[in-house]
Design a protein around this ligand. Structure first.
Ligand SMILES: [Zn+2]
Length: 66
């Protein structure tokens, strides 16, 4: 662990699941963004409580293909 990578929201929505420049697939990057948020957000208790931001990321992650 260690390096953080900013995940950019490309709302244009590519259905493809190509690996990003970070080596993560968009879905992996999304999940990472969720973890990063959870760890840094005072309103999020990882695994239990989620703020609206985390919930939005989570829902987006779930909706993504592999
Ligand atoms: Zn949060």
């Amino acid at each position: 662990m260690g390096e953080r990578s900013e995940w950019r929201d490309t709302s244009s929505g590519s259905p493809r699941t190509t690996a990003s420049t970070t080596g993560f697939t968009p879905k992996q990057a999304k999940f990472r963004a969720f973890l990063d948020h959870s760890q840094g957000c005072p309103d999020c208790d990882y695994g239990n409580r989620r703020c609206d931001v985390a919930q939005g990321i989570w829902e987006a992650w779930r909706a993504m293909p592999q």
